[in-house]
Design a protein around this ligand. Structure first.
Ligand code: ATP
Length: 236
């Protein structure tokens, strides 16, 4: 069988002497959405940072498109097709919406995602295309951050708590855009505080607890009580 798009095996990672992940395994196939859930401090962001090269790891612990990418430089990993929508969005606030999007597409391979397609996905961004990042609402900034990541034409996109602090109506718009993203074959890892919402769109999920996988599988395969227990570390 062909190797999945992304394979993480026995990943150990941390910060200096502090170990945050203790042997994590995940697989993500092309066009698949994996929800990564777990309590605060369980290690979700560390896993995303290891995949993007911001946290050190060992080459074979992370394989992407058949390449051992663990520990590669973040810019090289990005150029291989991994994009991140970081927590807090981190736009260039003095630049306009369109300038932020264009920067995301610099040096990107040709692919499904163009300015036109981003504006089709989030029509409000077309209206605001000349508006600076500073003048956007939180939800609009999040749409720009997603658009910027898509402009790189990635094969894998990582969303770190995209709905944090946003109004429910905006969260709905952002989630409504996910099927169009996946329809272009892009795989997604979604870190989300709202477990029900994440599981409602995911093909599979991984729950992390204190740096280890406490439960993994298809959302429909597990009772909600089992998922809650894996999340909070409660045993029955
Ligand atoms: P949250 O939902 O709060 O973002 P998380 O599941 O993403 O949580 P991580 O941010 O990966 O968790 O944190 C895992 C562990 O690593 C925590 O104990 C955290 O305190 C620690 N940690 C995170 N970032 C750093 C850092 N830069 N330096 C030292 N320790 C860190």
């Amino acid at each position: 069988m062909a190797e999945p798009l992304l394979t993480v095996r026995g990943l150990k990672a941390g910060y200096g002497d502090f170990q945050a992940l203790f042997g994590v395994d995940i697989d993500v196939g092309e066009g698949e959405l994996l929800a990564l859930i777990g309590a605060n401090g369980s290690g979700k962001s560390t896993l995303l940072r290891a995949i993007t090269g911001l946290v050190r790891s060992v080459p074979d612990m992370i394989r992407f498109r058949g390449l051992a990418i663990g520990g590669m430089r973040p810019d090289i990993i990005a150029s291989l097709g991994v994009s991140m929508v970081p927590e807090g969005r981190r736009l260039f606030r003095s630049l306009s919406v369109e300038e932020n999007l264009v920067i995301g597409g610099e040096r990107a391979p040709r692919g499904a995602w163009t300015l036109e397609r981003i504006y089709h996905l989030f029509p409000i961004l077309r209206e605001k295309r000349r508006t600076p990042g500073t003048a956007l609402s939180g939800g609009q900034q999040q749409m720009v951050a997603i658009g910027r990541a898509l402009m790189a034409n990635p094969q894998l996109i990582l969303f770190d708590e995209v709905s944090l602090g946003l109004a429910p109506v905006v969260i709905k718009d952002i989630y409504a855009a996910l099927p169009a993203v996946m329809a272009t074959g892009v795989a997604v890892i979604l870190v989300e505080q709202d477990v029900s919402r994440a599981l409602s769109v995911a093909q599979k999920f991984v729950c992390i607890q204190e740096g280890k996988v406490s439960l993994a599988g298809h959302p429909a395969e597990h009772a909600r009580a089992a998922i809650t227990a894996a999340y909070f570390g409660v045993t029955h």
